[in-house]
Design a protein around this ligand. Structure first.
Ligand code: UT7
Length: 320
């Protein structure tokens, strides 16, 4: 497949909120959150927005990849929490970083957004429509939380991650994606209701809602299968993979996937302890952290996997 990740960047809000502080906001305990999810803290936007974090992550990825903004011909942002209905977050990034030659758009595949974006970038490259893409996952989920609903608000955080993807022979080896719209009622957030001269409704803000156990079951069942399918397509065994970078939703999901794949926990780096679940931002953010720690070496085989609302899922095998 003709695409390779050549640079990464990320951005988190300044304000960190640990579980103890959350105890003051909602009816929960540090002990419950740690033991059920592994999460210890998350970053919450105060001054930051989805766009501002995405722009900063994009700038850092462009710098890391050592490309010029004018070389970028495609910008895709996976997000469910854009600041505006339109223009898209991607259009705002294009303007902010002066990527004047880029076509830019957002996509909504929830927590699989970065994986879906990567697949689109790769397809554009395969058919000759793009050479250098920015793929970004960015979220300000804190604005979509009902802070009285302890079953969701303790899980999520804000942040953004970005990758520069270039048309090259060695890189992405395989990609698998899937959707089960029938599971849409496991995790949802309503948009504005119909409201016009014919239909008058009182409009209250809507918040994210989740059937946590349904999402948990879906993740544990679907992710190992998607990863194995991607490994098969790449002709690579799980043992040859250096790191599995999974969506950071719950440490118990990651442990269950590791077990099903028969791989040791050390191969599954995490940042959910510090960052919580950042939906589309979590996989690229984790990838950037590893990259900047010097843990990704040229030639390493890596798996990326995202899953979430939709239901949606995606997995990729790549050579770093
Ligand atoms: O990006 C993808 C999106 N989401 C996910 O991947 C989430 C997947 N699901 C999960 O991670 C887990 O299902 C949760 C962490 C959301 C919940 O864990 P659980 O072990 O499935 O707990 P539960 O929903 O069965 O709730 C157990 C108890 C309930 O109390 P009772 O009925 O047993 O008395 C809840 O009311 O825990 C209670 N509870 C809490 N207690 C303290 C739920 N949330 C909290 C909380 N603090 N924050």
């Amino acid at each position: 497949m003709p695409a390779r990740i050549i640079g990464t960047g990320s951005c988190l809000p300044i304000r960190k909120v640990d579980n103890k502080e959350l105890e003051k906001w909602t009816d929960t305990t540090d002990e419950w959150i740690r033991s059920r999810t592994g999460i210890e803290s998350r970053y919450i936007a105060v001054e930051e927005t989805t766009t501002s974090m995405a722009v900063e992550a994009a700038r850092r990825a462009v710098e890391n990849a050592e490309v010029r903004a004018e070389e970028i011909d495609l910008i895709i942002v996976g997000t469910v929490s854009g600041d505006m209905c339109f223009p898209s977050t991607a259009c705002q990034i294009q303007n902010a970083i002066s990527a004047v030659n880029a076509t830019a758009f957002d996509l909504n595949a929830a927590c699989a957004g970065f994986l879906f974006g990567l697949a689109i970038a790769e397809s554009y490259m395969a058919c000759g429509r793009a050479e250098t893409a920015l793929v970004i996952g960015a979220e300000t989920l804190s604005k979509m939380m009902d802070w009285n609903d302890r079953s969701t608000c303790v899980l999520f955080g804000d942040g953004a991650g970005a990758a520069v993807v270039r048309k090259e022979e060695v890189g992405i080896l395989s990609m698998v994606q899937g959707t089960d719209g029938g599971g849409g009622d496991a995790l949802w957030c309503h948009n504005r209701p119909v409201n016009n001269p014919l239909v008058k409704k009182e409009w209250k803000p809507e918040y994210a809602r989740m059937n946590g156990q349904a999402v948990f079951r879906f993740a544990v069942k679907t992710v190992p299968g998607a990863v194995m399918q991607a490994l098969d397509q790449a002709g690579i065994s799980a043992g040859q993979i250096k790191y599995f970078l999974l969506h950071q939703a719950n440490i118990r999901i990651i442990e269950a996937v590791a077990k099903k794949l028969g791989q040791p926990a050390e191969k599954f780096p995490t940042n959910l302890q510090e960052c919580g679940n950042i939906s589309a931002g979590s996989v690229p953010l984790l990838m950037d952290m590893l990259n900047r720690q010097g843990r990704l070496q040229k030639g390493d085989k890596i798996v990326l996997a995202g899953f979430g609302a939709g239901l949606t899922w995606g997995a990729a095998v790549l050579t770093w």
